[in-house]
Design a protein around this ligand. Structure first.
Ligand code: ATP
Ligand code: MG
Length: 443
């Protein structure tokens, strides 16, 4: 990709309306554009990052045997009346009428719709478990949309649903998602802690929020710091080891505001391990048994009886993650962002000073490197900007590796650096080393 042809509408200064770093940066480098309050267009740069995050989220869902599908954004109110949530959900739900005067809604979540799909097709316990997911836009008419795409009205979510015969099997499904979430956030280079959480309007009695630490987060968290050191490398999906895995985390006190109890906290967590701070909720998993299957009559035949299936639901804020990663990684003071390679908008940028003598926008070396780096996700800044403004621009965009071809760089070499670090002079015929370094960082 050539920067001169790309659609990356960078602003000269930080936008005044943005209060937190992710919102500032996303507007500044043209990742998103607000279309109305809490509703955004995703421009190419932001969209590319979100798609890379989505891919990782998807791979980890697939790896526990969840099956991808796609449900619509618009739902009929009928199923929500069946579950009893049509009235309960309140003003966050965007209610619409079609031309036949039918009550429709823009889905804020999909428990009802997936239950309806399940009950009309699955009849026998032998088809269980079923783990189904989709990645789809949601709409919640938030009272105060704020912080850009972190708390907006239309957002992109991965939501999964599990159906099991009994509590024990359902717990196993829950633990599979627990593992998938740990693996997802690890691959995104985020330290996300699973915290015992409230179930809110989804209902139920078992729930974890996955929260990453950030000053600008809206969730207050109380935790034992040792939870950050819990290691996991589960490769086999098996009941016993997944239970041990969850126990290893649950051993440590970690709760959000709703579940916090001061006496309990002080009793359980030794003073030196206590951490009270703020975080961003990036995922939330729930187990709620037959809360939906019972009123909606989703059952399977088991030992001659109809048994209501036991359900859980599992959300990841795919679009919120873009902002959350910026909150975690962006160095606001020095204006330097560095995306982890697996989700970087480009893996490497060539910052070229062009060929002044012949008036060409690209130097011979830039053309040569571009040709040799075909299997790297590359952007070449061939614009008329001078080298230092190109560096500044790409420090902000956060492409993790920079190749600099300045007017003083020797003809057989280039400058190379990891964004934000010191640069080194590398001989052009040693390019394969650089290539390998970048490719190794992909996983
Ligand atoms: P919050 O407490 O932040 O309002 P929630 O508990 O209402 O979120 P869930 O129903 O658990 O949200 O949704 C699953 C995930 O979707 C959340 O963990 C979050 O990452 C994301 N999400 C929820 N609401 C929003 C929003 N308004 N804007 C962006 N992402 C959101
Ligand atoms: Mg939640």
């Amino acid at each position: 990709m050539l920067a001169s042809k790309s659609f990356i509408p960078i602003l000269k200064n930080n936008p005044a309306e943005a209060k937190i770093k992710s919102h500032k940066l996303m507007l500044r480098v043209g990742m998103i554009k607000q279309s109305s309050a809490g509703i955004y267009s995703w421009l190419p740069l932001g969209f590319k990052i979100m798609k890379k995050i989505e891919k990782i989220v998807r791979e980890e869902q697939d790896s526990i045997g969840a099956q991808e599908m796609l449900m619509p954004t618009i739902q009929s109110s009928d199923i929500w009346k069946e579950s009893g949530r049509y009235d309960d959900y309140g003003e966050e739900m965007l209610r619409i009428k079609d031309r036949q005067n039918r009550e429709m809604l823009y889905g804020p979540t999909n428990e009802e719709l997936i239950t309806e799909i399940f009950r009309s097709s699955v009849k026998s316990y032998k088809s269980l478990p079923q783990l189904l997911y989709h990645i789809q836009w949601k709409f919640r008419d938030e009272l105060r949309p704020r912080f850009g795409i972190m708390r907006c009205r239309e957002f992109y979510m991965k939501d999964a649903y599990s159906f099991d015969l009994n509590d024990e099997e359902a717990n196993f499904s829950y633990n599979k998602f627990f593992l998938a979430y740990l693996n997802t956030f690890k691959r995104l280079n985020l330290a996300a802690i699973p915290m015992a959480a409230d179930t809110g309007p989804i209902g139920g009695n078992l729930s974890h929020e996955f929260v990453i630490l950030a000053d600008t987060g809206e969730s207050k968290i109380y935790t034992d710091k040792r939870i950050f050191n819990v290691n996991f490398t589960e490769s086999v999906i098996e009941k016993k080891s997944l239970k041990v895995l969850r126990d290893n985390f649950e051993k440590y006190y970690a709760v959000t505001d709703e579940k916090f109890n001061k006496d309990e906290f002080e009793k359980i967590v030794p003073q030196e391990h206590r951490l009270i701070t703020k975080g961003i909720e990036v995922g939330h998993i729930f187990y709620f048994g037959d809360k939906y299957s019972k009123p909606m009559k989703a059952s399977v035949d088991y030992q001659g009886k109809k048994t209501f299936v036991k359900m859980g639901s599992y959300g990841v804020g795919v679009s919120r993650l873009v902002g959350a990663i910026i909150e975690a990684k962006y160095d606001d003071k020095n204006e330097i962002m560095k995306w982890p390679v697996p989700i970087a908008p480009y893996e490497c940028v060539i910052l070229d000073s062009g060929n002044k003598a012949s008036g060409e926008s690209m130097s011979k070396n830039a053309l040569h490197l571009m040709d040799k780096l075909k299997d790297i996700d590359l952007i070449v800044d061939d614009t008329d900007d001078n080298i230092s403004s190109k560096i500044k621009k790409f420090n902000l965009i956060g492409v993790p590796y920079q190749i600099i071809l300045g007017s003083k760089t020797p003809d057989d070499s280039f400058e190379f650096r990891e964004t934000g670090e010191e640069s080194k002079i590398i001989k052009i015929d040693e390019l394969s080393k650089i290539k390998k370094l970048i490719i190794d960082k992909r996983s």
